[in-house]
Ligand binder design. Structure first.
Ligand code: RET
Length: 223
């Protein structure tokens, strides 16, 4: 990759990150009914940020048929073009419901967290740690959404007590994943693959089966 090409990618990730931070600031001033526009704008530029960042690190291209193919452009476009279209459609019709906005924001941040985590797992040091940090930022966005707007909705929801129990359970369990990732084979590699597998197993079973029992137990008591 020539230095000019790489420079364009560096400008790209800085511009996208700056745009994302600006959108985050602008979104804070939006009324609750208009927040979905902020969710869309931020998702688009943060996805582009990750792809430009990968290309700047030399992780977004492969040599194919004797050419350098920048596949990260397509992983960017395949996600961002539908959201750009949704963004336009949202201007044409009425606002989304509050729940839908929150769910879209949660899913966007969560998918971002998992995909950047995967890219980190596919990377060698020190790039794996860069991706871990990016994935962690998305994780904090997930937690922020759960404990601020979603918790505020839950106060007037059908079962505030169950929401609090489940949100606490989710937070405590989910925090363990990036820790295992960091000490396991994807990070510092200070535990064996066997220990890593058992830790992930206990977490996966508790986070799915344990969570399900608590959620269904609470739902059965509701009218
Ligand atoms: C990764 C990468 C490093 C940073 C972070 C991560 C978070 C992973 C989480 C996974 C949760 C999985 C669950 C599965 C099944 O029920 C991807 C390890 C923040 C939170 C709950």
């Amino acid at each position: 990759m020539s230095s000019s090409v790489q420079f364009s990618f560096i400008i790209g990730w800085i511009a996208m990150l700056a745009g994302g931070l600006a959108f985050w600031q602008m979104s804070r001033g939006l009324s609750p009914k208009q927040k979905h526009h902020g969710v869309a704008a931020m998702t688009i530029v943060f996805v582009a940020f990750a792809n430009y960042f990968a290309m700047a690190l030399g992780q977004g291209d492969i040599a194919y048929n004797g050419r350098d193919v920048f596949f990260a452009r397509y992983t960017d476009w395949v996600i961002t073009t539908p959201i750009l279209l949704v963004s336009l459609a949202m201007m044409a019709t009425d606002a989304l419901s509050r729940l839908r906005t929150l769910v879209c924001a949660l899913i966007a941040a969560d998918v971002y967290m998992i995909i950047t985590g995967l890219v980190g797992n596919l990377s060698t040091a020190p790039y794996n740690y860069y991706w871990w940090v990016i994935s962690m930022v998305a994780f904090f966005v997930v937690l922020g959404l759960i404990w601020k707007p979603l918790a505020a909705e839950a106060v007037n929801g059908p079962n505030p007590g169950a929401f609090k129990t489940l949100a606490t359970m989710l937070t405590v369990l989910w925090i363990c994943y990036p820790i295992v990732w960091l000490i396991g084979s994807s990070g510092f590699n200070v535990i064996s693959t066997a220990v890593e597998s058992w830790l992930y197993l206990v977490l996966d079973v508790t986070a799915k089966v344990g969570f399900g029992f608590v959620a269904l137990g609470a739902a059965r008591k509701q009218a």
